[in-house]
Every structure is written in C-alpha cells, then in structure tokens.
Ligand binder design. Structure first.
Ligand code: BES
Ligand code: MN
Ligand code: ZN
Length: 477
C-alpha cells in the first residue's frame, strides 16, 4: 500500500541513464529548458517549435510527450511545465509527471535548478500514492529517479510525503478493520518505529474520560485514548496535538441518513494526522516537545448507545447534556483537551478534527477552518499551511454565540439548544474552547479537506492526509 514508488536520488552530472525508460525534463515560461538537460535530449523538432505546436506555456501540470532518439532506439521524453517554480507549482508539476508514468517500471525526473526540489519530490510521491484492497487498478510507477537537486531537500519532500501517506492509509482503511483497538495498535507500531513514548487508556482506565466512554458505549469495539510522546533534547516548548479518532460515525441514535454516513470511515482523519505527524518529528528534527492524543471511539447504535438527553461528565468534572448524539467529536475531544490542560502543562494546544459538515459547507473541499485564541499561533498556522500546501482560513470565535450552548440541566449542551442550525462550525469551536483552560489553543476543522472525491495534483481520491504537512512544518520551524 502506502507509497510503493521507490525514490532514487542521483547527482545532476550523471544525467539520465542511457537506458532510462521515461525521462521527464522541465520547461518553464522563462528559459525553455534546464540547460544541462539539453545535450542528451534529441528531439525530432526544435523544442521551442514542439512546445508552440502543443500550445504549452510552461504552466505546472502541463506535460508534453515527445519521442527522442536515444541509445539507438526511440524513447519517450516528458516535457513538464514548472510555472513560477514556487513550492505549490513544483508540487503540482511533480504530481503531473508521476501520474503520467503510471504503470511504468521507472521514471527519471530532471530536477529544475530554479524549482523547489522538496516540493517536486513530495508532489510526485504523493501523486503515486494508491490504496487498493485486491488487485484492480493500474499500479503507480515503481521507481522515480530524481536527477539533480539537493539530496537533503529531496529527502525532506520524501519525509513529508511518507507521513502524509501514512495518514491516508489509516483514513482509507475500512471501519470493519479500523476499530479503536486497531488504531491503538497502529500507533504503537509507529511509536516503536519512531522512538516515541506511547500509552493507551482502555476499559476501566477510561473512568474519568466520560465523553470518550459515552460516545463509545454503543459499539462492540470499545473506545480508547492514545497518547504518543516526542521529547527532543532541550525542547523550546511543549505542544499538544489532539485528534478526533471516530473510527466510524453512524450519528448514533441521532442516526445519519445513508448519504451522510457513506464516507464516515474517514471520521478519524484528525487522529490519523496526529499519528502521522508524530511519526516524522524526529526526521524533521522538531525542536519542541510534542504530545499527541487521539480520542478513539466508534459512534454506533445499539441498546447500549447513549441517548439524546443523556447527561455525561467530561474529564475534569464538567457536565454536558447530549442533545444530539451525532455531535460526538466534540465530546471525545473535550476529554482530551481537559486532560491536556490538567495533566500535561502545554504551552500550545492544537486539535484537529472532521468536526462539522458546516465547515465543509463554508469552505468546501480544499480549505480547512482554523479557530484560535492566540494571534501568533493563528498566524503561524496560516503561514505553515500556505507553505505546506494545506490551506487554512481563519474563522471567528463569536462571543455572542456562546449562549447557544447553554443547557437547562447541565453545565453545557453539546449542540445549539434552539436548533437554529446556524454557525455549526463556530458553535463546535466554542464548545471545545470551554475545555482548554484558557491556554493558547487552535482548532482545525478539516471536515472538508480530509477527503477528496477525485485525484487532483498531489491529492488522491479518498483520505488526503490534510494537516500532516501543515503541522510538520509548524512544528519543525
Ligand atoms: N463527522 C461529522 C462531521 C462531518 C460531516 C465530517 C461531513 C465530514 C463530512 C460530525 O460528527 C457530525 O456529524 N457533525 C454534525 C454536528 C451537528 C449534529 C451539530 C453535523 O455537522 O451535522
Ligand atoms: Mn457525528
Ligand atoms: Zn463525527
């Protein structure tokens, strides 16, 4: 599964091997070709004429295929546009060539000297990602040889791509396999591989975690809380990441209709992002201590499921009236946030969750919503997202709306009691804020971008791994 394509990094001087099956050469709106690519590039017509013929402008994503005379035979070359050479353009360019090489044994990519090697490699490897159970579809290219470019940069792109692919795998795994216990096993395997500390609360150990227990009580697969710890020497700060790990969201007794339930195996995408980020912190040499929490439960229906109107006690003692069992993500996350505040003494807390359909309606499939109680944290996340290719948009914590969450019988209600239906994503953020103890906190609602309906650039259909590259960039800085 994950990324089956093997990247190989070679220095530019060597050029592509004479028997290279498929060679990709960059071109841009500026100088037509990477100069050192030209000597061995024997095109049937001058390159300018060829590009003009195809009306190719050098935009990222453009790929012009041409035959070349090489090694006494005819081979194919892919001329690929690199646009302005920005990270975003390079990612898109890398993705386009990797897709063109689908089903091939090998692709050699000449890395443009003026482009971003990390982003090019990241885009190519992420576009080569596949998840199939069985043997149905065309295989991704087996090997990509990157010619030229700084090897450290290229490896950086590979690290980000592999972490993102891990999140995609976890998200794409069907919920018949993906129980909370299965997620905990995956986290333990990641911890062993990356040298992280790991602790899992399950069964009676979840005693105080009333939100996690209530959401999980209707399922035959019991809930759990996963904690992963990364501690570098002399850490600059302590960041807690909390992910929503709902392994399947039926809505509970507030049952979802078929259409709304179809994609709900992806409702642990926030938790998957946390596990994936933790897996790569050592590789990116993050200078901060990071604790990852994943609050896992299956939101199922049965005679033991929680009911609308039940009152639960969250970690720390606050009571919540559960007016809608489909607003379950905030219940499991509230426990994680309250625990982080009480026990971990973090400098910054960031949660990431497929929390509300409203966030998806507001921002669509390409952009995540970010809420923050701290200006510099918001700015840092927005910047990291822009640079990493996981775009965010800041949303307001509207104080006037806080009264929506008042309950007649408990400290809080889990949804708007008036059922106005307005500002659902903001209401959820305001609910979570109650459990942060006033610490600098940001909330990422990734209900839109966590899942893609089709392949596009470095994004592949299904789980996208949204948030992994953004958080890695934020934590590595
Ligand atoms: N997991 C859903 C949110 C979601 C919806 C994610 C669509 C991805 C795509 C969440 O648990 C949920 O059901 N939220 C409710 C909240 C409502 C009951 C206040 C929603 O958005 O409808
Ligand atoms: Mn739900
Ligand atoms: Zn959910």
């Amino acid at each position: 599964m994950p990324i089956e394509t093997t990247p190989v990094f070679v220095t530019r001087g060597t050029g592509p091997a004479p028997d290279a099956e498929l060679v990709a050469v960059p071109f841009g709106p500026g100088p037509a070709l990477a100069p050192d690519a030209a000597p061995w590039l024997e095109l049937p017509v001058p390159v300018d004429a060829l590009l003009a013929h195809y009306e190719a402008k050098g935009e990222p994503g453009e790929v012009v295929e041409a035959p070349t005379a090489r090694d006494g035979g005819v081979r194919r070359v892919l001329l690929y546009g690199i646009g302005d050479g920005s990270a975003a353009a390079s990612r898109k360019a890398g993705a386009a060539v990797a897709r063109r090489a689908k089903g091939r044994a090998s692709l050699s990519v000449v890395v443009p000297s003026e482009g971003r090697a990390a982003a090019l490699a990241e885009g190519a490897l992420l576009a080569a990602y596949t998840f199939t159970i069985g043997d149905g579809r065309a295989k991704p290219v087996k090997e990509i040889v990157f010619i030229g470019g700084d090897e450290r940069d290229l490896r950086e792109g590979e690290t980000a791509a592999r972490a993102t692919a891990l999140a995609r795998d976890l998200v794409n795994t069907p919920s018949s396999v993906k129980t909370p216990a299965w997620l905990a096993e995956q986290a333990k395997a990641v911890a062993a591989g990356a040298g992280l500390g790991v602790r899992v609360w399950e069964g009676p150990e979840l005693g105080e975690f009333g939100g996690i227990r209530a959401v999980g009580q209707g399922s035959i697969s019991p809930p759990c809380l996963i904690q992963l710890s990364y501690t570098p020497d002399n850490p600059r700060a302590h960041v807690v990441l909390a992910g929503k790990g709902i392994t399947f969201d039926t809505g509970g007794l507030s049952l979802k209709p078929t259409e709304g339930m179809k994609a709900m195996k992806t409702d642990m995408a926030g938790g998957a992002a946390v596990i994936a980020v933790m897996s790569a912190l050592a590789a990116v040499e993050a200078p901060v201590r990071v604790t990852g929490l994943v609050a896992c439960a299956e939101n199922s229906i049965s005679g033991s499921a929680q009911r609308p109107g039940d009152v639960i006690t969250q970690y720390g003692g606050r009571t919540v009236e559960v007016l809608n069992t489909d607003a379950e993500g905030r219940l499991v996350l509230a426990d994680a946030l309250a625990y982080a505040h009480a026990e971990l003494d973090p400098d910054v807390v960031i949660d990431i969750a497929t929390l509300t359909g409203a966030a998806k309606v507001a921002l669509g499939p390409s952009i995540g919503a970010v809420y923050a109680t701290d200006e510099s944290l918001a700015a840092a996340l927005l910047e990291a997202g822009e640079a990493a290719g996981d775009r965010l948009w800041r949303m307001p914590l509207v104080e006037d709306y806080r009264t929506m969450l008042e309950s007649d019988v408990a400290d809080l209600a889990n949804v708007d009691r008036e059922k106005s239906g307005a500002a659902g994503s903001i209401a959820a953020a305001l609910f979570l804020r109650e459990f942060t103890g006033g610490r600098p906190w940001a909330h990422l609602d990734i209900a839109g971008p966590a899942r893609a309906g089709s392949d596009e650039g470095e994004i592949t259909k299904g789980g996208t791994g949204f948030g992994v590259r953004l958080l890695l960039r934020y934590l590595a800085a």
